[in-house]
Design a protein around this ligand. Structure first.
Ligand code: PZK
Length: 287
């Protein structure tokens, strides 16, 4: 780590170069809500996300190549193969939420997918849809049409990324649903390896890259509670904060309740005790 060059910073993660072919992705315990990073950390949040992503990469190896090499003993650092990333985000939606719901309400369609009339907020879609987006430097990613996406990566690459994204979403959402978690939508980032093969990168199928909803509370017609961040959102709303930086400090009960939800998501999905992961993060790599 000490000799790794810093490559990029995300809102809650850092990326370092290990050598020509390998990067180190480090997930912090920072949390964002309403697009603002809060001043309070959620202990082990970065470890939960790192462990969950590594678990999914291991479970989906037969569906799709991925960048995972290993997880370090700290449980928050992923050694990965360096890719040439595609300039699009591959979003799959199984339910109508966020910008998908907004686009449906205003246009009756989402990224060119004609949808049945009369759908409500949070309704399950007849089948999952692929809704690519651009990677905005700052602010919000913008949904784009298949044609615009094809212009950015080529029609063949796009078709391949769409196919893999839908396969990954179907596998993971079916699996999570059996364990009480609805994955309403998710974002994948693909790149090309040295051989030019399409490869899944970044962090995938975590609550930071997806909308996780508690399945036992699912009730369409309104916005659904977030599996992981609901305590944080409720607290922030309750303070009257105007959602511009800086965000409020979180009280200890909100921190501990939120940490417990992240750990619960990890344990439900992996069926591995989080303490076991802390003791030896490679437990998630055993397929
Ligand atoms: C890569 N990001 C996003 C993540 C940040 C930025 N395997 C890879 N190869 C090449 N590039 C990337 C990856 C991955 N993953 C990912 N940007 C580039 C990102 C975390 C922190 F600052």
């Amino acid at each position: 780590m000490a000799d790794a060059a810093h490559v990029a910073s995300g809102k809650v993660r850092e990326l370092y170069a290990l050598d020509e072919d390998r990067l180190l992705l480090v997930a912090s315990d920072r949390i964002s809500t309403f697009d603002v990073v809060l001043p309070t950390l959620i202990p082990d949040k970065g470890r939960v996300l790192t462990g969950l992503a590594a678990f999914w990469f291991t479970r989906t190896r037969t569906l799709c190549l991925n960048h995972l090499l290993t997880v370090r003993p700290d449980g928050r650092s992923t050694e990965c193969r360096r890719l040439t990333m595609l300039p699009i985000e591959c979003v799959v939606r199984g339910y109508l939420a966020g910008s998908g719901w907004r686009d449906y309400r205003t246009h009756g369609e989402v990224c060119g997918h004609r949808l049945p009339a009369g759908l409500r907020e949070s309704d399950r879609l007849p089948e999952p849809i692929f809704t690519p987006a651009t990677k905005a430097q700052a602010g919000h990613d913008e949904n784009i049409s298949r044609e615009e996406a094809a212009g950015l990566v080529g029609a063949e690459r796009l078709a391949e990324a769409e196919h893999l994204s839908l396969e990954l979403y179907r596998f993971a959402s079916d699996y999570a649903r059996e364990r009480g978690i609805v994955i309403a939508d998710t974002k994948f980032e693909f790149g090309l390896d040295r051989a030019g093969r399409l490869t899944l990168g970044d962090e995938a199928l975590t609550p930071d890259s997806s909308r996780f909803w508690p399945a036992d509370q699912y009730a369409p017609g309104v916005a659904q509670p977030s599996f992981d961040k609901q305590f944080v959102r409720d607290y922030c709303e309750q303070t009257g904060w105007d959602k511009t930086p800086p965000g409020p400090e979180l009280p200890p009960d909100v921190v501990s309740g939120t940490r417990a939800r992240y750990v619960e998501a990890f344990e439900r999905l992996t069926a591995i005790a989080f303490d076991e992961y802390l003791n030896d993060p490679t437990v998630v790599l055993r397929g």
